[in-house]
Ligand binder design. Structure first.
Ligand SMILES: [Zn+2]
Length: 322
């Protein structure tokens, strides 16, 4: 990152906003717009932390530390400079993705082709659409919505929401918000079906909600997740592909549990092979892993779409136990 990019990052993340987002409260006003408050970096009992919002600098009279927002992120999160930049860039992008996802959610109800596509993929429950915060990107209008909210075109391009030429990146795609990313599934066959924004796909999908179950079902796609959740399986998560990243693998191994790996039963065997391979790696980490055999050519989504129900899926889980 060059000097200019660093300055841009700092300019886009005012120190005061960042501090307040990390539960810092200004306690006492000083001259020239400066504030004092308790120091978030040491055990402080009387306000010794000075913030100058005009210069975007802080200084603590207690622990003697001070600097800009990057320095604060380093100290607060106890990370090195490079990691602090990653955290800040990620933090900067989050409100923007949140806003974009909110816009896509509004569009879903306005576009019958999107609702028709969801129905065709077996998604009909409003509770599910709410749970997964499913939206729709019709294309050609995101900029018009976000620009008045003071998101600059370069910021939209950098997040990958808008192309360098200024067009929406997601066009005619069902959109699912992820942790720090968005996934868009095309509803037309003429373009690649899966698309993410640049950057990591994040951890396991809605992991916090599945984490506490002693038995967890892992699927590879969000439409698989959707039909299973809709059928009443709440102990479910999704890896967004058969290849788990380091964070996802660690999450599955974070306590003793049973993992049912319900990947696609591809005709060429690739899903089954990935499930076997992952199960083996999980067992090496002391996790009970059960690859689930779906009828050939099916994934959990098509299994339900073509008439399968919760009881039948439950039988597949039971069969995986033996
Ligand atoms: Zn201090």
């Amino acid at each position: 990152m060059n000097r200019e990019a660093l300055d841009d990052l700092k300019q886009q993340i005012p120190l005061m906003g960042y501090l307040q987002a990390h539960h810092w409260h200004p306690a006492r006003p000083l001259s020239r717009g400066r504030w004092m408050g308790l120091c978030p970096l040491h055990d402080d009992h009387k306000p010794s932390f000075l913030v100058d919002p005009n210069k975007d600098l802080f200084y603590c009279y207690g622990c003697g530390r001070g600097g800009d927002v990057i320095r604060f992120a380093e100290l607060y999160h106890q990370v090195k400079f490079a990691e602090a930049l990653v955290l800040l860039r990620h933090w900067r992008g989050t409100p923007l993705l949140h806003e974009a996802a909110r816009y896509y959610r509004v569009q879903l109800q306005r576009h019958s082709e999107a609702v028709a596509y969801l129905l065709q993929r077996g998604i009909h429950s409003l509770a599910l659409i709410e749970h997964m915060q499913i939206g729709y990107a019709p294309g050609g209008c995101l900029r018009g919505w976000l620009s008045p909210l003071s998101y600059s075109l370069p910021a939209l391009c950098q997040a990958g929401l808008v192309t360098d030429a200024g067009y929406d990146a997601f066009v005619r795609r069902i959109v699912f918000p992820l942790e720090g990313n968005l996934y868009g599934r095309s509803i037309s066959d003429s373009v690649p079906p899966h698309r993410f924004l640049p950057g990591s796909k994040g951890g396991l999908y809605l992991w916090q909600q599945a984490q506490s179950f002693p038995e967890v079902i892992l699927v590879e796609g969000l439409f698989d997740y959707a039909v299973l959740w809709q059928a009443g399986f709440e102990n479910i998560t999704c890896s967004l592909g058969t290849h788990l990243n380091v964070q996802q693998f660690r999450q599955l191994c974070d306590r003793p549990r049973t993992v049912y790996v319900a990947f696609d039963a591809d005709r060429n065997g690739s899903g089954q092979q990935a499930a076997q391979c992952l199960s083996q790696r999980l067992r090496e980490r002391g996790i009970t892993a059960r690859p689930v055999s779906l009828p050939e050519g099916h994934d959990p989504n098509s299994f339900f779409v073509q008439g399968g129900d919760a009881r039948q899926f439950q039988s597949l889980l039971e069969a995986a136990r033996s």
